[in-house]
Design a protein around this ligand. Structure first.
Ligand SMILES: Nc1ncnc2c1ncn2[C@@H]1O[C@H](COP(=O)(O)OP(=O)(O)OP(=O)(O)O)[C@@H](O)[C@H]1O
Length: 265
């Protein structure tokens, strides 16, 4: 049996007397896609940074690929992280395909690379990847002219250039208008359903962004796991009320997604 990508056992994280995470146990199997939900400041990013080897827990155990100690450099290369602060750092005039290629060299901004230069094979691989991800027509557009959804697509493609086991998407839909968001989510759903997709973790504040392929959801609340398991069981009106402190009339299911109808505040 293949070892899970990450297992957290009773993980805690304290920073200057403040308990940021407590007793977090979670297992991320290969080829499973998870949504991670929870209010601002509940510890989602901290937990994922620990899972991916960017932070050390102050208690508990983390196993990655079945081992407590793995080559962290290798591990980090096998995990892509698509965070909100990445897109603004990409030069506006850089071509989308250059942005994608820069993922192979783990750099932001291809023209700043200096001696480390991509090869023709890197460009060919990026072109194939974009075609396979149905984004080939964006390859020669400057990154700066792309829509927010297209930018996220390029950042996911960029993360895939090193063939990672896992990609963390940290609030990818923040700031998107509804049309851009829906097109991006439909594209993400198609990626998630493809047999060559890495495991995906979607961090979001919006339940309706959890597409059907994200069959599991982890809910965090004040540094602890409030629920983890099948999305339909874990995401309930009662739980959303507790998490966000605002009433939920009902959760409507449409096209395999859950849509909260909030009560008036
Ligand atoms: N290095 C640190 N030192 C002190 N406090 C920290 C540190 N890192 C995180 N925190 C605190 O830990 C809590 C959890 O932060 P974290 O970024 O993990 O939450 P989050 O759930 O990802 O939030 P958001 O949804 O707003 O992105 C916050 O209160 C934050 O201020």
């Amino acid at each position: 049996m293949t070892a899970p990508i990450v297992e957290l056992e009773h993980v805690g994280f304290r920073q200057q007397q403040t308990e940021i995470l407590a007793d977090v146990s979670w297992r991320l199997e290969r080829r499973r896609h998870w949504a991670v939900l929870g209010p601002n400041g509940c510890g989602k990013t901290t937990m994922l940074r620990i899972a991916c080897g960017y932070l050390w827990p102050t208690s508990g155990t983390v196993r990655r690929l079945g081992e407590e100690l793995v080559d962290l450099g290798r591990l980090r290369r096998s995990i892509g992280w698509v965070a909100a602060d990445l897109a603004p750092r990409i030069p506006a005039d850089e071509l989308a395909i250059e942005t994608v290629v820069s993922g192979r060299l783990a750099q932001v901004g291809l023209r700043r690379l200096g001696e480390l230069q991509p090869t023709e094979a890197d460009f060919a691989a990026a072109g194939e990847l974009l075609d396979a991800m149905r984004c080939g027509e964006l390859a020669h557009k400057p990154f700066g002219v792309l829509s927010q959804g297209e930018r996220q697509q390029m950042l996911v493609a960029r993360a895939r250039m090193v063939d990672p086991l896992l990609i963390v998407l940290d609030e990818p839909c923040a700031g998107m208008d509804p049309g851009v968001r829906e097109r991006f989510l439909a594209w993400l759903e198609q990626l998630a359903g493809s047999p060559t997709s890495p495991s995906l973790i979607l961090v979001t504040h919006h339940v309706e962004e959890i597409m059907p392929s994200f069959e599991s959801t982890l809910v965090m609340d004040r540094g602890r796991i409030a629920g983890a398991g099948p999305t339909a069981e874990v995401v309930t009106a009662e739980r959303l009320e507790l998490l966000y402190g605002i009433g939920v009339q009902r959760l409507e299911r449409s096209a395999g997604r859950l849509w909260p109808i909030w009560r008036e505040a």
